[in-house]
Ligand binder design. Structure first.
Ligand code: AMP
Ligand code: MG
Length: 352
């Protein structure tokens, strides 16, 4: 398939470019576009055949539901029913933005989009290009991350090209995603409000608006063997995974660096290529291996924004082993660790 790449100027598309993207989507095609979280692979969410194409292009398991992106909060009423006040309150405060709300679906949403579930995940993104595309193409766009299933999510158009060129109709290049981590997902389809995926909008921020919410147990899991089944179907799959074997080391940074240096030296001696995930503040502690800076410890946002790119960069140079520092924290730090732990297959070592 021929994939057209359009480079957006000043984070906007021209009227002609918008028309072209909208036409592809209305015809049941696939268009990748930037959002503030990561790049999304768009399709008409109300067209079952279009949704099926997403699963094929990504190699995504068919029971992993898609998020429906809208451009105006009132559209919630068209695709969801039994909407609790809490949903309207969260929408008022956090939309447009990186929050996905799960509600009971109306019939108009095909099961092909919801992975067979009677609930639908809804988000109203902040990115100008995303909003323009959604509006121009009918208003309901399914848009999972625009990567091959299992690979780190795309935060630049180049990542989308790597994974999906030749498999989709169009790629809109709008530069780097500002946040770099997928949206927070909250389930409001049941009595108990539950966060299924942590993101930039934290539990605290949500509780300040609607009161007590809970974490799905799977989010707090630190080890595979705890064997907790995630409530968001997609969270159970190995995700975000780099090609190399990734190990996270946690503990005081000097000790972590000493252990990583020691391991890296041994692995390199026997002919392996080793990558190290470090920060601006800690990069000087490492003595060998290919050292990549994920961001600054004084700026959690920069670490969130840098995570997937670092993992993909290590794929590009085919490192066999990756050693990473740990990034603890309550708010965004928790979302970062959630993704890093998944990327590592929960391979985390305590250093004392
Ligand atoms: P992605 O769009 O690639 O970020 O993945 C969407 C995430 O939302 C996956 O983890 C899905 O399992 C989750 N999700 C989407 N719809 C639902 C739903 N109706 N119920 C639970 N989780 C959902
Ligand atoms: Mg994804």
């Amino acid at each position: 398939m021929k994939t057209i790449i359009i480079k957006a100027k000043d984070h906007m598309l021209s009227a002609e470019e918008l028309k072209q993207a909208a036409k592809a989507l209305k015809n049941g095609g696939l268009v990748a576009f930037p959002t503030e979280t990561v790049y999304g692979l768009g399709a008409d969410a109300l067209n079952p055949q279009a949704s099926i194409k997403i699963y094929t292009a990504k190699g995504r398991p068919s029971d992993n539901p898609l998020i429906v992106h809208i451009a105006d909060p009132s559209q919630m009423n068209v695709i969801a029913r039994d909407i609790p006040d809490k949903a309207y309150e969260l929408a008022r405060v956090f939309w447009p933005g990186p929050l996905t709300i799960i509600l009971n679906k109306k019939e108009i949403v095909p099961y092909e989009t919801t992975g067979g579930l009677d609930t639908v995940a809804i988000r109203l993104p902040a990115s100008r290009i995303a909003k323009d595309i959604i509006l121009a193409s009918g208003g309901y766009i399914a848009a999972p991350s625009a990567n091959t299933s299992g690979r780190p999510s795309p935060t630049m158009a180049e990542h989308v090209v790597e994974d999906l060129f030749g498999k989709i109709d169009m790629i809109i290049d709008g530069g780097k995603s500002t946040l770099g981590l997928e949206s927070t997902i909250i389930d409001l389809s049941t009595e108990v409000a539950t966060i299924l995926r942590p993101g930039s909008i934290t539990k605290n921020m949500i509780e300040n608006v609607i009161g007590k919410v809970f974490y799905d147990k799977a989010i707090l899991t630190r080890h595979k063997e705890e064997n907790v089944v995630a409530k968001a179907p997609g969270m159970k799959y190995r995700h975000y995974a780099p090609e190399g074997s990734l190990t996270i080391y946690e503990g005081s940074i000097d000790k972590v660096a000493a252990v990583i240096n020691n391991k890296a030296k041994k692995y390199i001696e026997v002919g392996n290529r080793v990558g190290i995930i470090a920060t601006e503040e800690t990069k000087h502690l490492y003595e060998c291996g290919i050292i990549k800076v994920i961001g600054s410890r004084n700026d959690e946002d920069s670490i969130a924004a840098g995570l997937y790119k670092v993992l993909r960069d290590f794929d590009d140079i085919h490192v066999e082993y990756i050693f990473s520092e740990s990034f603890e924290g309550n708010g965004l730090g928790q979302a970062i660790m959630n993704r890093l732990l998944k990327a590592a297959g929960y391979n985390i070592v305590k250093v004392d």
